[in-house]
Design a protein around this ligand. Structure first.
Ligand code: GCO
Length: 257
């Protein structure tokens, strides 16, 4: 009977995943829970969060919720304190919150720019700034930032998103170089094109769908549960000497033209 290596066992660990009431965030939460972690789901919609947590609990997992705005520093600090006081210490932080506001740069409003930068990049700084001192005091912690293939490349109408994800790649490295000596590993996961609520309009577009399936060597969109293994690796003892790395999970998209 094959058993998973203790290197990948997250039993007794607690993970906070931002932006996890649906999509990749919920898939990450399910993946970490499958490896034994207790998970705290985050979002702004309390009803959506409660439903997602109930679904995970129905699958036998330990799941709680923390509704807070990841772009509000004071709310973030209060929420992290509350989680650690009332639920458990945060051993694993996944900065996954992300939105899209697609528009050509020359037509993009300041609001479209700022909302994407705030949600996709600044939030990772705010949440990590609240969690990292606690991890440092404990001498251990795992921070995993959801980057993107758009940390490396862009396409028309995604300039705000690509700038944010490119910044998140470098923020990941900045976290790594400051916190590795304290036993905290900061790394990133860069998904390619996955079928989620965020990309649903693209999947439904026959021309875009054909382009992605042609542009991706694997010839298809990724499925959210195909990211779980990479998340478990970066959340577990198996990656204790891995720092500042961005692991791309894209079906080969960035490997070739
Ligand atoms: C787009 C897509 C991408 C993907 C993802 C790839 O508009 O091209 O939404 O941004 O969501 O970021 O990793």
């Amino acid at each position: 009977m094959p058993t998973s290596s203790p290197l990948f066992d997250l039993t007794g660990r607690t993970a906070l995943i931002t932006g996890s009431s649906q999509g990749l965030g919920l898939a990450f939460a399910r993946g970490l829970a499958t490896a034994g972690a207790a998970v705290v789901l985050n979002g702004r919609d309390e009803a959506k969060l409660a439903a997602a947590a109930a679904a995970l609990r129905a699958e036998g997992f330990l799941a709680g919720t923390a509704a807070f705005d990841v772009t509000d520093g004071a709310a973030v600090a209060a929420a992290v304190a509350r989680i650690e006081d009332e639920f458990a210490t945060i051993d694993i932080l996944m900065n996954n919150a992300g939105i899209h506001r697609r528009a050509p740069l020359a037509e993009m409003t300041e609001a479209q720019w700022r909302e994407v930068i705030d949600t996709n990049l600044t939030s990772a700084f705010l949440v990590a700034r609240a969690v990292a001192p606690r991890m440092i005091a404990r001498g251990r912690g795992k921070i995993i930032n959801t980057c993107s293939v758009m940390s490396e490349v862009s396409r028309p109408t995604t300039g705000n998103y690509a700038a944010a994800k490119g910044g998140l790649k470098m923020l990941t490295r900045a976290m790594a170089v400051e916190w590795a000596k304290h036993g905290v590993q900061a790394n990133g996961i860069a998904p390619g094109y996955f079928e989620t609520e965020l990309t649903a309009p693209l999947v439904a577009d026959p021309q875009f769908n054909a382009w992605i399936c042609g542009r991706t060597p694997a010839g298809r969109w990724g499925q959210p549960d195909e990211l779980a293994g990479t998340a478990v690796f970066l959340a577990s003892a198996a990656s204790d000497f891995v720092n500042g790395q961005i692991i791309t999970v894209d079906g080969g998209l960035l490997a070739g033209l």
